[in-house]
Design a protein. Structure first.
Lengths: 298, 455
């Protein structure tokens, strides 16, 4: 019997070939780095003259200290707070911007401005404006409201994290709004109009029609922002309250230490952080899938 | 089709050529590592080094680029001077020397050994030198073999040679060349602190802060500036009264219990100082991450003092506008103003080692050192007693002014650095006691952190 490659097989092959470049990058670069990080966190670093593989010493030392859990709490707090505040601002904003009003074009262009500005510039802006040596404090001192700039109310460098959350929100609201606007534009006005014709009030329209429509946008935007927020280290390093630091800053401190043995401890921090964020994101997606299933969309 | 064929032929030809030239290079005298071993054996004269340097052409100089006046001096003075010797200086300005140490060690781990790396020359001292040495990443003992080595004291029988032969207590093994000698000096803002209230001891500092709470802070250890402040506190509170002396021994010699006993009063002082520091009254004392952040606090009158390594830091701060206009230097803490040197070294896998040696030789000349002192406010690394009168006069004339104190007063209050093996333990202890508020007995903490460091 003569065998010929079935069309289905050829199609499969083509699919595999198409994703190969991405797979190479993902497995080679990302997977390689992940593997190296894992190995190091379990004590494998012969290039520094350290090889105790496998040891769980670094994880034990980390997880048994109460400071680690405080740091984890801080990390999650900044991540959640910034994402939530961002959503609360972005959802009504995107709905407002989906309607035409006078100057709506200019307004939507203006709020996209922070998208083009790097985070570090946002951090510098926060320092210049809100720091105790910043513009606001100097103006207050100049007006005689306070005796010298250092008496200005402490906004930055506290564990409350006003500065960090502010920078994240400032940068991420335009991103979320853009995402949600795209989803809204795709959905169109038909369903909203239909609901209005059927006598729904604006509150009902929001909760029953618009919100479910933009749910996929909310999930994807908040997922991206949350993942970024708990992994970023610049803002918490510069605007945070110092010890105990967030986990990315803690890892950075270990990597900065001139004693190479600390690099392995830093890797344990990074691996723990990846574990936590992976768990959170998986749970979030699971919850979202259940929501969609309940609505009969999947 | 024809085109493809000719392309293949060209590639074949090119690769053959490459193989031929490569095998030729291996047989030739300048095989990677040959220059190094021949120089270190003493088989090469200086003319041969300069000839090889000209052939190499470039030297990649990695250094902390955070000071505009140093960068200007490198670009406007050092680069043309080295160009005259046939070497192109390629300055690579970095924010942290540790990053460069990481690069060198990563390259070596990846098998890029002699003449196959990317860093020729690094400005380094203390822990970073210790890391390079520990990882066998240094090029070799060159420091007494250059023409300008005569400007330094290498004779071990002269105690003054220690600053050239020990870097934070670690033997340099002549693998690095002194570049500059610095001292830990504090400045005071005269707009707020009159002369008669200026503290000279740690007890007086505390008295001042009790009257003016929050007006002092120091850079957070493990930054070396923070470590140095802590070390001077420990020297001044040494219960035996012999200051820096026991801190010259290494950790194994001294032992954890003895170190804890010596540190106890100093650590107690630091604890008691915490509520009086910037932000301390609110229970959240603020330690700046680096000297730039501290300079900003000083400039903003948020603190009244600014301590860092810099014999001419006050002058440099005034001319660059990073210090408040009424900043003056102060003698503080009396008798315990830590002095050390910083160095230039060559990593093992330097791609242009001969050019690096020529550059180091230039940086060690009296002319280069004097002009660096004048333009960049960097104290000389040379030993003045090794120079002739004319050269001494050149250096003295180049020195920037002091404010409120004299060079003699600075020299009278010198204290040596702490042994590098103790620095690690001291910084870990600070992190445990001051930052993490660990209130176990100090001896237990020191034993625990030193155990963690050593395994």
């Amino acid at each position: 019997m003569k065998r010929t490659a079935s069309p289905a097989f050829m199609q499969n092959l083509r699919d595999v070939l198409e994703v190969t470049p991405l797979l190479v990058v993902l497995l080679g670069l990302f997977g390689g780095a992940l593997l190296l990080g894992l190995l190091q966190s379990f004590g494998y670093a012969p290039w520094f003259g350290i090889n105790e593989f496998p040891t769980t010493r670094y994880f034990e030392r980390l997880w048994l200290s109460s400071d680690f859990w405080f740091s984890l709490g801080l990390t999650l707090y900044y991540g959640f707070a910034a994402t939530l505040i961002g959503l609360v601002i972005s959802v009504p904003l995107s709905i407002a911007l989906s309607k035409r009003f006078k100057g709506s074009r200019l307004f939507s262009a203006l709020i996209r401005l922070p998208l083009m500005v790097p985070y570090t510039v946002g951090i510098a802006l926060a320092l210049v404006m809100l720091g105790n040596g910043g513009l606001l404090s100097r103006i207050s001192a100049g007006l005689g409201l306070i005796d010298d700039p250092s008496q200005f109310v402490q906004i930055l460098k506290t564990h409350g994290g006003c500065g960090i959350i502010l920078v994240y929100v400032w940068k991420q609201v335009p991103f979320m709004t853009l995402n949600l606007s795209a989803v809204l534009a795709r959905a169109g006005d038909d369903t909203v109009e239909a609901a209005m014709v059927l006598g729904a009030n604006s509150r009902q329209i929001f909760w029953r029609v618009t919100l479910p429509q933009i749910m996929p946008g909310i999930v994807s935007a908040s997922l991206i922002c949350f993942a970024f927020n708990i992994g970023a280290f610049e803002a918490p390093l510069i605007l945070g309250g110092g010890y105990p630091d967030t986990l990315p800053v803690l890892a950075w401190r270990y990597f900065q230490d001139s004693n190479y043995a600390f690099q392995l401890q830093g890797m344990a921090v990074v691996v723990s952080l990846a574990l936590v964020s992976g768990l959170f994101l998986a749970a979030y997606l699971q919850g979202y899938r259940r929501y969609e299933r309940a609505r009969g969309r999947v | 089709m024809k085109k493809a064929k000719s392309l293949t032929r060209q590639m074949l030809l090119a690769s053959t050529l490459a193989v031929v030239s490569w095998s030729g290079a291996v047989q030739a005298e300048d095989a990677p590592g040959m220059f190094r071993s021949e120089f270190l054996k003493g088989n090469l004269g200086w003319p041969e080094v300069t000839a090889k340097a000209r052939a190499e052409g470039t030297v990649n100089f990695y250094y902390w680029g955070g000071s505009d006046i140093i960068n200007l001096w490198i670009d406007q003075v050092a680069t043309p001077a080295l160009a005259a010797e046939g070497v192109t200086l390629n300055p690579v300005r970095i924010t942290s020397t540790k990053d460069t140490v990481d690069v060198v060690i990563a390259e070596l781990a990846a098998g890029r050994r002699e003449e196959a790396g990317s860093v020729d020359l690094v400005w380094v001292n203390g822990e970073n030198f210790f890391s390079l040495k520990q990882q066998n990443a240094l090029w070799g003992a060159f420091a007494d073999r250059l023409p300008n080595s005569v400007n330094f004291e290498w004779d071990e029988s002269d105690p003054r040679s220690l600053l050239n032969l020990r870097d934070f207590g670690v033997e340099t093994g002549l693998q690095e060349m002194p570049w500059s000698g610095e001292q830990y000096v504090c400045s005071v803002n005269r707009a707020h602190v009159p002369v008669d209230q200026t503290p000279a001891t740690f007890a007086q500092l505390k008295t001042y802060l009790e009257a003016n709470p929050g007006k002092f802070t120091y850079v957070k250890p493990p930054h070396y500036l923070g470590n140095t402040f802590v070390q001077s506190v420990l020297y001044a509170h040494n219960p035996d009264g012999n200051g820096a002396e026991p801190y010259q021994k290494n950790f194994d010699e001294l032992g954890s219990a003895e170190l804890a006993r010596l540190m106890e009063p100093g650590i107690e002082y630091l604890k008691s100082l915490e509520p009086l520091l910037l932000g301390g009254a609110a229970g959240n004392p603020r330690y700046p991450e680096n000297s730039d952040e501290l300079d900003n606090l000083f400039l903003n009158s948020e603190v009244h003092f600014d301590c860092k390594f810099g014999v001419f830091a006050n002058h440099n701060g005034l001319i660059t506008g990073t210090y408040p206009e009424q900043a003056e230097e102060m003698i503080f803490p009396v008798g315990n103003m830590i002095k050390n040197k910083n160095y230039l070294t060559v990593p093992l896998n330097s791609p242009h080692p001969a050019a690096a040696l020529v550059a180091i030789n230039y940086f060690s000349s009296v002319d280069a050192q004097a002009s660096k002192l004048q333009a960049a406010g960097m104290p000389v690394g040379l030993d003045l007693w090794r120079l002739n009168d004319e050269e001494v006069a050149e250096v003295v004339a180049a020195a920037p002014p002091h404010y409120g104190i004299t060079q003699q007063e600075l020299d009278d209050n010198i204290a040596p650095d702490t042994n590098a093996s103790l620095v690690d333990v001291i910084e870990a202890t600070w992190l445990a006691v001051i930052e993490r508020k660990d209130n176990k007995p100090l001896a237990d903490i020191v034993a625990q952190v030193s155990g963690e460091l050593n395994n």
